[in-house]
Design a protein around this ligand. Structure first.
Ligand code: HEC
Length: 246
């Protein structure tokens, strides 16, 4: 035995040592990868959920307390004035986490509120064209471009594409007075359009607002009905000055 002291360790030759080290390294790496994957993709534990729920509840509570302060009367019982904003800020500032949360959501971009353009159905457009051909076409022309400097254009002009109340008023009672459209000043008169129902006016304005390059939403008979009712006593045509038009 003493002649061959290395006999017992002959089993661990350098090559074998290396391959054992390889196996150990492989196992360590595999464990690390598995551990990472477990942490990264494990489902939320109850503790996480509890924490989130508690944070949400705290935020809701803080917000409602702050809101209550903001809408409370700004005077104390003794008649002295309070600054409700300061009170509300104090409540919010007492919960730094909630404050950070609020700042984060306040900084988040908000989608602008836009009214999406809704195309009118073909039937309404057909009815609108029929009314247009009967009641507007002689003056505003088949192109909607009118005949400067006598009849103004209704193609791509703001009055036609804005609040429908104005053109409804013109059709019901007429329009007179100076008005500048596309750089041309008209000072003449559009007579009231006779013999048109609420539905006819809704249809023709829908047609106009979606033709000649205009792209504005439909007009409903209810809108026309409301304008008609609000001006039931009126007999004179509208004056551009009284409507604030130039
Ligand atoms: C007899 C000719 C005539 C008829 C018919 C007529 N208009 Fe007009 N319209 C005019 C004149 C003229 C003006 C400008 C009035 C002024 O000078 O104040 C006008 C102005 C307008 C305006 C505001 C100015 C602009 O260009 O935006 C609109 C909108 C309009 N008309 C729409 C209509 C519609 C829709 C019809 C059919 C339902 C119609 N008109 C029928 C002659 C007419």
């Amino acid at each position: 035995m003493s002649e061959h002291p290395s006999n017992g360790s002959r089993a661990l030759l350098p090559g074998q040592v290396k391959s054992w080290l390889g196996v150990v390294a492989f196992v360590l790496v595999a464990v690390a990868v598995l551990a990472f994957a477990f942490v990264a993709i494990r489902p939320a534990t109850n503790t996480d959920l509890d924490r989130r729920t508690a944070q949400k509840a705290l935020r809701a509570d803080t917000e409602s307390k702050a809101k209550a302060l903001l809408t409370a009367p700004a005077k104390n019982a003794d008649g002295s004035y309070r600054l409700p904003v300061a009170d509300a800020m104090a409540v919010i500032a007492a919960n730094p986490k909630v404050l950070a949360d609020m700042r984060k959501s306040a900084a988040a971009p908000v989608a602008p509120v836009t009214t999406a353009f809704v195309k009118a159905d073909d039937e309404q457009m057909k009815r609108g064209l029929a009314v247009y051909s009967r009641t507007c076409i002689a003056c505003h022309q088949p192109t909607g471009k009118g005949l400067a400097p006598v009849f103004p254009s209704i193609a791509g002009v703001p009055i036609v594409n804005g609040d429908a109340t104005l053109p409804i008023k013109f059709i019901l009672h007429g329009l007179m007075g100076p008005i500048t459209v596309d750089g041309v000043t008209y000072n003449s008169m559009m007579p009231p359009v006779a013999g048109v129902s609420d539905q006819d006016i809704a249809d023709v304005l829908t047609y106009v607002r979606q033709s000649f390059g205009n792209k504005s939403n439909s007009v409903t008979p209810d809108q026309v009905k409301a304008v008609r009712a609000a001006n039931a006593a009126r007999t004179a045509p509208w004056n551009t000055a009284e409507l604030g038009l130039k």
